[in-house]
Design a protein around this ligand. Sequence first.
Ligand code: OGA
Ligand code: MN
Length: 210
Amino acid sequence: MGTLPDAWLGSVSIEGPAAAALAWDDSLTWIERLVSPKEQGRLLQDVQGPLKRRRYQASHWDGVIDQYREIGLALPRWSAESRGIIERKVIPRLPGVDRALLDPHVLDLNEDGAIYPHVDNVAFSGEFVAGLSLLSTAVMRLTPSDGTRDGTICIKLIPGSLYVLRGELRYAWKHEILSSAESVFMGETVTRQRRVSLLFRDANEADAPF
Ligand code: OGA
Ligand code: MN
C-alpha cells in the first residue's frame, strides 16, 4: 500500500477502499507532461498517413472498442525524429523487463468512439501497457476486475502524457476510455474529440526470444 503522490492530485482521482489500498509504486507510472506540443505534432505527422487509409470501425466482435482505427508501426517505419522521441523519452520510462517490446500500436478513437472496460489480453502481451496520448484529452477509468472489490481510479489523460499500467492495475483492474458524453473528471466535463494514442507493450513470455 502506498500514497498517491501529491503531484498527481490534479490529474488522478481515487475513490473507494480498493483504490486507497493500491500499491502505486508497483502499479502506475504517470507523467503528465512528457512530450512537448512540437514533438506531439511530429509523432502525429508520422501516423496520419497510414491511419487515413483505414476506416473507423464499429465495435469488434468482443465489443471492446467502438469507432476506432488502428495500425501497428514498427520503429524503423517512423521518421528519425519520432524514433528519437520514442527512444529518448518513452522507452526509458517503461518497466525494465528483459522481454522484447512489441511494435508500437497506434489507436485512433473518433470523437464518438470509446473503449469499454477490459483487461488487455494476457496471451498477447506481457507485464505492462503504456499509453502516450495525443490530440485530445480523454478520461481513463479503472475499476477492479473482481466485482466484489470497490474502487475507482480516473486519470485525466492530456495530450503529451504517458501512463504505464503494471502489476495489479495491469492484471486485476479493468481500464476504459470514456465516451465523449461520459467524460467527466472530478466533476468537470472534459471535451473529448478525436484522440490518438501510441501504445507500448512488452511481448508475452511465450513470444520472448530465448
Ligand atoms: C487498448 C487500450 C487505451 C488508450 O488499446 O487496449 O486500452 O489509452 N487503449 O488508448
Ligand atoms: Mn487496453
